[in-house]
Design a protein around this ligand. Structure first.
Ligand code: BJW
Length: 255
């Protein structure tokens, strides 16, 4: 049994934030496990607009490899436990993930916001066309936007993920704020899982939850950078901890 348990009752609004650690047991490498490097390239070289501008081929190779790798991975008991919570809590649960690997969706989670985008979507680096589903591998030829081409401009396509220095979708941020506001009027619980607490604005959500009177939990293999801002810390592997982390009381228990 974990060191602390998350009590859920009929009043509870549960906001969950997940990071790369949740997918580690599925075989998806975390960001900072290899010292923040991919093939000796620092993250800034492959996960910034400047990096893409300087070497789009390198960046596409990074994302093509990750597409292929994530497609071969399966959701683990941590993803499954969070999906099961959605069945019990319904609209009183919101799952916010920083992960782009699609594993929460594949586990069946639908009350889900992918705040850093998706590995399996592509968009134009220049125009505002909506991102489209895409699992292709980019090797030799860099893909170009055909809508821009039709109006006589050349623009590269890029992975539909959020890089450092880029804004998160304001609609996503509004949906999170609105969930916290609803929870504030009832009983708000915030749970962060498998994230180093190093990247904002995700790492600041614990503060938003606390400002709204929320009780806050962190489940992580190691102490996160923002550990001191949580009320409770359960150290361990999420696939092991999450299935027994929650205790239910009231009708929520019967679902
Ligand atoms: C396990 C486990 C197991 C392992 N079980 N646990 C405020 C202060 C300072 C700077 C900023 C600030 N606000 C904004 C910034 C700038 C910047 C930022 O945060 N910089 C920091 C580095 C300081 N943020 C941004 O630029 C964001 N944009 C923004 O805020 O716009 C406005 C603005 C811009 C500039 C200045 C000010 C305002 C955008 C951030 C986008 C991040 N993008 C990436 C790439 C996405 C695409 C892709 O996947 O390739 O997102 S970077 C990378 O980090 C990725 C991740 O989602 C993200 C977080 O990583 P995560 O998930 O925490 O993974 P790890 O590897 O770090 O940690 C894993 C953890 O799991 C570890 O702790 C392990 O111990 C644990 N673990 N196995 C449980 N089995």
């Amino acid at each position: 049994m974990p060191a602390a348990r998350v009590r859920l009752d009929d009043e509870t609004f549960l906001l969950v934030l997940t990071g790369a650690g949740v997918s580690a047991e599925s075989g998806v490498p975390t960001f900072r496990s290899g010292g923040g490097l991919w093939e000796n390239h620092p993250l800034e070289q492959v996960a910034t607009p400047q990096g893409f501008e300087a070497d789009p081929r390198l960046v596409w190779r990074f994302y093509s490899e990750r597409r292929a790798q994530a497609a071969q991975c399966e959701p683990n008991p941590g993803h499954v436990a969070l999906q099961a919570l959605e069945e019990r809590l319904g609209e009183r649960l919101l799952l916010v993930t920083q992960n782009v690997d699609g594993l929460h969706r594949r586990a069946g989670s639908r009350r889900l916001i992918e705040i850093h985008g998706s590995l399996f979507a592509t968009r134009c680096a220049r125009c505002q066309r909506a991102p489209f589903a895409d699992d292709s591998q980019v090797t030799a030829t860099l893909p170009e936007c055909e809508l821009c081409a039709a109006s006589g401009r050349r623009a590269l396509l890029r992975p539909a993920v959020v890089w450092f220095g880029e804004l998160l979708d304001p609609e996503h941020l509004r949906a999170i704020e609105s969930f916290i506001a609803r929870g504030r009027r009832r009983r708000l619980v915030f749970l962060a899982v498998g994230t180093s607490g190093a990247v904002y604005p995700a790492a600041g959500l614990v503060d938003n939850a606390r400002a709204a009177g929320g009780e806050t939990f962190l489940v992580n293999a190691d102490p996160a950078d923002n550990l001191h801002r949580f009320h409770h810390f359960v150290q361990g592997q999420s696939g092991h901890v999450l299935p027994t982390l929650f205790e239910f009381s009231g009708p929520t228990q019967r679902a």
